[in-house]
Write a protein that binds this ligand. Structure first.
Ligand SMILES: *[C@@H]1O[C@H](CO)[C@@H](O)[C@H](O)[C@H]1NC(C)=O
Ligand SMILES: *[C@@H]1O[C@H](CO)[C@@H](O)[C@H](O)[C@H]1NC(C)=O
Length: 286
């Protein structure tokens, strides 16, 4: 943001417009506990077994989120940011969960009372050490329903355009991802330095459209699998944050497919998709 100081007022105006029109609430901080089966009945949908996403990424709303039941069915992006025991968070993991219950009345009791959101065991263990009772999270309401707000469409696009041009945010570009396996060294970005890889092993090599003459080295991307040639290849609800450390065109180990937008490490690829796939369609944003 500091690159664009003169337009600070416009930035905030556009952010405000965007948040009010899209209902995006960015990065609230709270706590998450976990709860285990039995999950039925729930305060939202009773005994209906179809209420649970196939990913098993769901949760129960704490009183601050419950919103008198309006939170039922809402999707949240949730990321572990810290915990009382170091290394509890699994780095680079963001999940998308669905609210199906109210923590205060859930049949199975949360691992800690008063949490902002109580996560299913699958959800909790995807972002943190499953032994923890409580973690600190960043969460945001995920609303993909732009079409709900038709009347203000022009303002939406205006604010999105303002935001994208002022912040340099690129939201949800669509492309393809291949995968590549070790050896990963040397890389076009950092040579033989072993410290270049994040401890999560979530990294990748930039395709020519992303490479940007080497300026992409070290950039972080959020990547989500959206589809693939074989049905059920994507792992639902998984978004990873990867770091660019190499250029796909010159990587020592060759990508599973040429021409991909981003080539993911085996760990990164298998976190969002079936590891047997050669190529998937992704949504990615810096
Ligand atoms: C999870 O936490 C427990 C208790 O603190 C610890 O014994 C275990 O090693 C941790 N597991 C991982 C994978 O870090
Ligand atoms: C992954 O894909 C392979 C090949 O299409 C298939 O045999 C396998 O069952 C899939 N694995 C999972 C966990 O879906």
């Amino acid at each position: 943001m500091s690159k664009h100081q003169p337009s600070g007022v416009l930035q905030w105006l556009s952010l405000f417009l965007l948040m009010s029109l899209f209902g995006v609430s960015h990065g609230d901080v709270g706590t998450a506990a976990q709860y285990s089966p039995p999950y039925l009945p729930t305060a939202c949908y009773g005994n209906n077994p179809a209420q649970f996403p196939s990913s098993n990424l769901f949760g129960a709303a704490g009183e601050g989120v419950w919103d008198n039941g309006a939170s039922c069915g809402r999707q949240y992006l949730v990321r572990c940011i810290s915990a009382s025991v170091p290394n509890t968070c699994i780095p680079g993991e963001t999940i998308q969960i669905r609210i199906v219950d109210r923590a205060e009345t859930s049949l199975s009791r949360p691992s800690r009372n008063g949490a902002t959101i109580v996560l299913s065991t699958t959800a909790f263990s995807t972002i943190a050490n499953a032994s923890a009772n409580s973690i600190n999270i960043e969460y945001s309401h995920y609303s993909s329903s732009m079409s709900k707000h038709q009347p203000s469409g022009v303002l939406q696009w205006l604010s999105l355009f303002l935001l994208m041009s002022l912040f340099g945010l690129s939201r949800g570009d669509v492309g393809t991802a291949a995968q590549y396996s070790p050896p990963y060294l040397p890389t076009a970005c950092y040579g033989n330095n072993p410290a270049q890889f994040p401890s999560s092993n979530l990294f990748g090599a930039a395709g020519e459209g992303v490479w940007d003459n080497g300026a992409s080295c070290g950039r972080q991307y959020l990547v989500r699998c959206i589809s693939a040639a074989v049905p059920n290849t994507c792992i639902p609800g998984e978004t990873i944050q990867i770091r660019i450390v190499d250029r796909a065109e010159t990587s020592l180990s060759r990508p599973s497919r040429n021409g991909a937008t981003i080539v993911l490490s085996t760990t990164a690829f298998s976190t969002i998709a079936n590891a047997s796939a050669n190529s998937i369609n992704i949504e990615y944003s810096q």
